[in-house]
Design a protein around this ligand. Structure first.
Ligand code: KG4
Ligand code: ZN
Length: 338
């Protein structure tokens, strides 16, 4: 019997289709990134995203099946991201998945994008890492979960304001760096001194676990204004210490993410940590996690960089577990932004 699941992802600015066998083995993966379409606007424009998904979904599906050398009839089921994300974008993937399910009689399952990001960090491991602390750190989310299994995640803490990736994107914009800001800052940071500017690290007053990045973002802005909150923000070409700002900002974000995550692991007496989402590509985050985890006997796992950002391998992979758990949906499957 076939164990091949087709995954479809269209929640934000990547149109992605993949085929994965038995939740683990990637057979094919095709991603159309919309970065160049949104870059002129400095962020994702929802209307542009939906239209681009509509243009791309069938060509990406065809390329994926061609790469896999498979027909739709070879598949065991179809998994699609249903939440959270941009509603117009999600509906394109969900509509395509329903059409395929109707035409082929294949079973359908709806996948939570956040659970799928976490699964991406677990799917290549030789043994299941559960229970684990999961950190999801992307452009839209920065949150900690207690992951008891691939389909069981309890929220522990979330950002009060900006997501970490969003802060990278906004600070990059202040520095005149290209979108998306995470990779641009990560590239500039090694040229600067991470201790040059003591940017603030948020700590909840009651000693609990939590994240906040808007104060850090404002601190960067005031630093660029020479410490005078009311001064004009300098043009990017007039910023003299951009590399130090990038390095010190990145260090502050990494410091907050690592400290809070390892505290959550200690508080819950867990020695497994899964880190997922686009900011998981960040090399400094990987280094600091590795160095800080080891003394406490904690193991931190990241997906490979191409599975940190949005992809359909994680959707098809988690889809397998949903089918195994009897969670197939019917054709009134719906998308939801939250
Ligand atoms: O997971 P993702 O592709 O999309 C969302 O679901 O949001 O994450 C995109 C985010 C962007 O904010 C981008 O700036 C950030 O991930 N990012 C990075 C790096 N690569 C991507 N942030 C820091 N360092 C990176 N190397
Ligand atoms: Zn994502």
């Amino acid at each position: 019997m076939s164990k091949l699941i087709l995954g479809i992802e269209s929640s934000c600015d990547e149109t992605a289709v993949a085929v994965v066998e038995a939740g683990r083995k990637e057979i094919a993966s095709v991603i159309h990134s919309q970065i160049s379409e949104h870059a002129p606007w400095g962020g994702v424009v929802p209307e542009i995203a939906s239209r681009s998904h509509l243009d791309q979904i069938l060509p990406v599906l065809d390329r994926c099946l061609e790469e896999a050398q498979l027909e739709l009839t070879d598949l065991a089921g179809i998994a699609v991201t249903t939440k959270p994300g941009l509603i117009g974008s999600l509906l394109v993937g969900v509509g395509a998945a329903k059409g395929l399910a109707l035409a082929t009689d294949l079973p359908l399952v709806g996948v939570d994008h956040i659970e799928a990001h976490v699964y991406a960090a677990a799917m290549d491991l030789p043994a299941p890492p559960y229970p684990a602390i999961a950190l999801v750190v992307s452009g839209g989310h920065t949150a900690l979960y207690l992951a008891e299994g691939p389909l069981s995640m309890k929220p522990l803490a979330s950002t009060l304001d900006d997501a970490a990736g969003e802060a990278f994107d906004k600070v990059a914009h202040m520095l005149g760096l290209s979108y998306p800001g995470g990779p641009s800052i990560a590239k500039l940071a090694p040229k600067g001194d991470p201790r040059a500017i003591p940017f603030p690290r948020y700590r909840p007053k009651d000693g609990s676990i939590g994240f906040s990045f808007s104060g850090l973002k404002t601190a960067v802005l005031y630093h660029l204004r020479g410490g005078d909150a009311l001064a004009a923000t300098p043009a990017p070409e007039d910023i003299v210490d951009a590399a130090n700002v990038a390095a010190s900002f990145q260090e502050a974000v990494v410091d907050a993410l690592v400290k809070m995550t390892l505290r959550a692991a200690q508080d819950n007496h867990l020695d497994q940590v899964l880190v997922a989402g686009g900011v998981g590509c960040n090399q400094r985050l990987r280094e600091v996690f590795a160095a800080a985890s080891e003394p406490d006997g904690i193991e931190t796992h990241f997906p490979p960089p191409n599975r940190c950002t949005d992809n359909a391998v994680m959707i098809a992979g988690l889809g397998w577990h949903l089918f195994e758990a009897g969670r197939a949906a019917d054709l009134d499957l719906d998308a939801s932004p939250r």
